[in-house]
Design a protein around this ligand. Structure first.
Ligand SMILES: C[S@@+](CC[C@H](N)C(=O)[O-])C[C@H]1O[C@@H](n2cnc3c(N)ncnc32)[C@H](O)[C@@H]1O
Length: 377
């Protein structure tokens, strides 16, 4: 049996480092205008109008991206909050017409029942204690007040959903089942949960994963040690494992090595009924939706919690960083798809679509934002 080199896990990172936001603008640039239309459409549908006395806040405003996407009828009713002094400075530079407030979502400087609506863009997924945030949001909202959250990027921090996965006796790895090497293999394909494009995780039972590791160690396979390392990291603390995981998947080389290891191990063990990994693809976004629904519950003082992917599409001229010969570019809650055929991907409800006939060389561009809405009881 060959004995490939064990992978090394990189050090974990602090995902709320200030330098991080800088890169978000360029990532968002190709779909910025589409996102603005999606946000406008969603707010038109769910809220439609506000009276002059109503008071809305934004949490975790960062450098103010959401403010630029808000409809005119709401923008000037919103007080923006953000705990990072560095982001606040950036916010002021980019939005001279607004004065943001330094505040954490765990301790908002507003009276009980005083707020009509709370907005967030890519914030709930960045919080380490979402249940505490939900309590504070409910405290400050009046009855009938809205919570509206948009997620146009992948999850910033996996801690919340990793705790749920841990509790369910499962262990996550990157979605190796979606790799071409797995799809072309002769054994049965993966079970899937939701749309495959969003599936970025594979889950296995911890028991089965442990058996596989023991087997690899017993035959002296080179992947025994790194598989054991991931299993132990997971069992020790799903919180630290979440940071480690983000570190691995954000480095292309480490991710590729991890994937290769999982594919080899899957192929090696799949023939044995007692060792087959029994892996299942899932999306962090769908796990996150479940988490939000369970927290914005009746018990916690909310009603009508709902999540959906809202899609916008338009035709654009090709831009320099687009891969050659691409006629289609899609970005759905962090997952990117670029290919030749200009065919839309049916991943959510289309809320904004550009009218008119595209020029011959135009690229079909789609964006999908996870939209969450709940109402305070
Ligand atoms: C991924 S960034 C999103 C920023 C901005 N909303 C955007 O989408 O460009 C996550 C944001 O959550 C903020 N954040 C982290 N912990 C927070 C807390 N305890 N209360 C409020 N915001 C927090 C960060 O400072 C950061 O601005």
């Amino acid at each position: 049996m060959n004995s490939p080199l064990p992978i090394e896990f990189p050090e974990s990172q602090d995902w709320l480092d200030c330098g991080w936001l800088d890169s978000l603008s360029s990532v968002r640039a190709p779909v910025d205008e589409i996102n603005r239309r999606i946000v406008n459409g969603a707010l038109d549908e769910k809220v439609a109008s506000v009276d002059a006395k109503s008071r809305w806040i934004e949490i975790g405003a960062g450098d103010g991206k959401l403010r630029k996407w808000l409809p005119d009828w709401l923008r000037n009713q919103v007080f923006h909050t953000e705990p990072s002094a560095e982001y606040l400075q950036q916010f002021r530079l980019e939005n001279v017409d607004a004065e943001p407030v330094e505040a954490s979502v765990y301790d908002l400087p507003y009276d009980d029942n005083s707020i009509d609506g709370i907005l967030g863009l890519c914030v709930f997924d960045a919080l380490h204690d979402l249940p505490a945030a939900v309590t504070e949001l409910r405290r400050s909202l009046r009855s009938g007040g809205h919570v509206i959250h948009f997620l146009d990027l992948g999850l910033a921090c996996l801690e919340t959903i990793f705790l749920d996965i841990h509790e369910a006796g499962q262990i996550p790895v990157p979605n190796y089942l979606a790799e071409p090497a797995m799809k072309s293999a002769s054994f049965a394909g993966p079970a899937s949960d939701g749309d495959e494009i969003l599936n970025d995780l594979t889950l296995c039972s911890v028991d089965r994963f442990s058996q596989v590791v023991q087997y690899l160690e017993s035959v002296g396979h080179g992947y025994g040690a790194p598989m054991r390392k991931w299993l132990n990291a997971w069992l020790d603390s799903p919180r630290s494992a979440a940071r480690l995981f983000m570190g691995i998947v954000s480095h292309a080389g480490d991710r590729a090595q991890f994937m290769q290891m999982l594919i080899v191990v899957h192929q090696l063990t799949n023939a044995y009924p007692n060792l087959a990994m029994e892996a299942k693809s899932v999306s962090t976004v769908s796990l996150f939706c479940k988490r939000l629904s369970s927290l914005f519950s009746d018990e916690n003082g909310f009603r009508d919690a709902s999540s959906e992917i809202l899609v916008g599409r338009e035709w654009k001229s090709p831009w320099p960083s687009l891969p050659d010969q691409c006629s289609y570019f899609g970005r759905f809650a962090g997952q990117v798809v670029a290919h030749r055929a200009a065919r839309p991907i049916p991943i959510g409800r289309v809320i904004s679509e550009q009218a008119g006939i595209p020029a011959a060389e135009s690229v079909l561009v789609e964006s999908g934002i996870l939209f969450f809405h709940a109402v305070a009881k």
